[in-house]
Write a protein of this length. Structure first.
Length: 136
């Protein structure tokens, strides 16, 4: 007969297992559950979008914005492809979905041949935990 055969688990072990399981259920109720980011800050979102678009208009790159403090992370394929921003206008009709601010913007872009084209796009701007700006 091996040492474990014929022995029942002690009542103490059962009580400890029950207490551990009960404690695990209490942690979420005690505030240890997964936390969400705070809601977007509309003023910071609008200001950050202006900073990014002004930077583009002056000939800067998205990578330069990611190196500054605080960093602004920008994702815009046209900017990254080398299109030049001639001018822009932030339009009415922004939408705050709680996590991001959706901002319509009229862009006038110049291509390598000197031609200009106008388009209306929407930028999705988040402010937490980082400032992020992506074209929709």
């Amino acid at each position: 007969m091996t040492p474990l055969q014929g022995k029942r688990p002690s009542r103490r072990f059962g009580w400890v297992a029950w207490l551990a399981a009960f404690t695990c259920l209490l942690f979420p109720a005690a505030g240890c559950a997964r936390r969400t980011n705070p809601p977007t800050n509309p003023a910071l979102a609008r200001d950050s979008l202006r900073v990014a678009l002004d930077h583009w208009q002056k000939g800067g790159t998205p990578q330069e914005l990611s190196q500054r403090q605080p960093a602004i992370i920008v994702g815009d394929e046209e900017w990254e492809a080398g299109s030049r921003l001639v001018r822009y206008a932030i339009l009415d009709g922004e939408l705050n979905d709680g996590a991001n601010l959706h901002v319509p913007v009229r862009l006038v872009l110049s291509d390598a041949q000197g031609g200009q084209r106008e388009q209306v796009v929407t930028y999705i701007v988040g402010t937490s935990p980082l400032v992020t700006i992506f074209r929709q």
